[in-house]
Design a protein around this ligand. Structure first.
Ligand code: GDP
Ligand code: IMO
Ligand code: MG
Length: 504
């Protein structure tokens, strides 16, 4: 009897509390914060994830409001949470197949947003017999219902962007009203490309893509960069350009002995660009945060890969931005609390373009075979990619830095014809075995990889649609990756096309 009474009191109290909560929720305009805001009134709050998929999470929320003589006030809710932001990161040195996976996942996504890098990226999407290579426009553009965003963290080459917009339109794909460009994104100027290429002719080459990425980010952090918003005011644009070009001309003529740049030509070119870009420019951070409040699902598309990250990669042989998941928040102006998932794109073996350490690189016929079977030639520059075995040491480091929750394993079919498949499980140096990724270049350049070897499945897998139909040796390879990395493989790509994908 007493118990029933207590329950009734609790229930009545709970209903009042729920009403309070509803009012407060409205006050907050349906903000994503949910009960955490109200939890501040409670003495204790606990939230446990009961069930989680890529799109939704079911949580129990328990609010404890203390105890009176007769009552313990507990409020227990089950919450269904839509996962608003998923970040897609390249987990190796780029070219893992991000374009394919982003296009695939865009099916159930409202917005796809690029957060860093520039036209150094080359993301391939294959639809039927057609292959599209995107450099700046997010890979969700082929889905009519998807809106694409180029965030503030991206450095935009206006010429490359205009060419890409024209290319997309030429395929009969509507782009107006579906593409937003951040007013805060920095612009790549002709002198950035010039400086990038001149620097690469000297010693200590990085092996850049020559797209002006490094010099553009230098100006951004030097606080002299020109942003999309500057295009809107001709006087500001012209003043900024003049100051920049004067400085660059000094550098070009005095340091590099190169010809100077014509200021007026650049000013008129960029004024022309302004007219074309105008309909796409907006405050994308504002747009994305409003979309979050409306519970829209957002995919943040990284370019390059974690091992090319300027902070966490194989510095100085890196790009000049943060492809790691942390870069998504700064590069889009969205809060970390909105991110619920990070998917790491992992190629079933390793590749790298440009210079820098690559412990598992195969300079023999294995490397040649990986390159020819996997068509490992750069989507942006056409350069042959360096190829080698899967490296679990650098991969585990990358998964850790990115907080990867699930792996999309790509290009597994490329290994079909190999008798032996190897995974690097340690680095040997000076008689010691390193089990973690050394971040100093000196060590990394001198390690010898330690391998575990597996028998190949020697069977074509590109037409397989279900995991259980994969050859047992292929399943074993996938499960070994899961066991060693501690991260589940949720997507397996067995060909470039959309339908050549196995979901688990
Ligand atoms: P991204 O920069 O990470 O988007 O990757 P790229 O587009 O530069 O390079 C990946 C290449 O592999 C592209 O040519 C894709 O079409 C292709 N590709 C993607 N997934 C697969 C796969 O599972 N198997 C094969 N054979 N090719 C794939
Ligand atoms: P996606 O997005 C692979 C490499 C270059 C060079 C280094 C610095 O297609 O995976 P940069 O031009 O950025 O200053 O060059 O980074 N690099 C990439 N490698 N994939 C990419 O992009 C890359 N973007 C840059 O080869 O080693
Ligand atoms: Mg690429």
């Amino acid at each position: 009897m007493i118990l029933v009474k207590k329950w009734r009191n609790c229930k009545a109290w709970g209903e009042n509390k729920r009403e309070d909560i509803r009012e407060k929720k409205e006050e907050l305009g349906g903000l994503n914060n949910r009960f955490e805001d109200f939890g501040q009134e409670a003495d204790f709050v606990s939230s446990t994830i009961l069930f989680s998929t890529r799109a939704v999470e079911i949580r129990t929320v328990i609010l404890y409001y203390g105890m009176s003589d007769v009552h313990i006030y507990l409020l227990i809710y089950f919450e269904l949470v839509l996962m608003p932001v998923t970040i897609i990161v390249g987990a190796q040195w780029g070219d893992e197949g991000k374009g394919k996976i982003v296009d695939l996942l865009s099916d159930k996504i409202d917005i796809v947003a690029r957060y860093q890098g520039g036209a150094n990226a080359g993301h391939t999407v294959v639809i039927g017999a057609k292959e599209y290579v995107l450099h700046l426009i997010p890979s969700g553009i082929f889905h009519k219902h998807v809106t694409c965003v180029i965030g503030n963290g991206v450095v935009i080459d206006p010429m490359a962007l205009m060419d890409e917009i024209a290319m997309i339109k030429s395929f009969g794909i509507k782009i107006e009203g579906r593409l937003y460009i951040s007013h805060n994104a920095h612009l790549i100027m002709p002198y950035h490309k010039l400086l990038d290429n001149i620097r690469e002719q000297g010693t200590n080459k990085i092996g850049t893509t020559g797209r002006g990425i490094g010099p553009a980010y230098i100006d951004k952090y030097m606080r002299t960069g020109i942003r999309v918003v500057d295009l809107l005011d001709r006087r500001v644009l012209s003043d900024k350009l003049k100051t920049n070009i004067q400085e660059k001309n000094q550098l070009l003529s005095k340091v590099y002995g190169s010809a100077e740049i014509d200021v007026d030509k650049i000013i008129s070119e960029y004024e022309e660009f302004d007219k074309k870009i105008d309909p796409f420019v907006t405050d994308t951070s504002l747009y994305l945060n409003a979309a979050l409040r409306k519970k829209k699902r957002i995919l943040a598309e990284g370019a390059q890969g974690a091992l090319l990250d300027v902070d966490h990669g194989t510095y100085p042989f890196v790009t000049s931005s943060n492809p790691t998941s942390g870069g998504a928040c700064t590069g889009l102006g969205i809060p970390p609390t909105a991110v619920n998932n990070v998917i790491g794109i992992v190629k079933a073996y390793s590749t790298r373009v440009g210079n820098g350490p690559f412990p598992t690189e195969c300079l023999d016929e294995t490397g040649e075979k990986l390159r020819s079977v996997g068509h490992e030639f750069g989507a942006t520059t056409g350069r042959p990619r360096r190829c080698g075995h899967l490296d679990m040491i650098s991969l585990k480091y990358s998964l850790m830095v990115n907080g990867v929750r699930e792996i999309a394993l790509t290009k597994l079919d490329v290994l079909d014809e190999f008798d032996e498949i190897k995974i690097c499980t340690g680095y040997e140096i000076g008689g010691r075995i390193l089990k973690s990724f050394p971040t100093d270049l000196q060590t990394l350049e001198n390690v010898t990889p330690v391998y575990q070897s597996y028998k190949g499945w020697k069977e074509k897998i590109s037409a397989i649609k279900q995991y259980r139909k994969l050859p047992s040796r292929a399943q074993r390879y996938i499960e070994t990756i899961e066991r060693m990395s501690g991260v589940p493989v949720s997507i397996i790509s067995v060909g470039a096309r959309r339908d050549q994908t196995i979901k688990r």
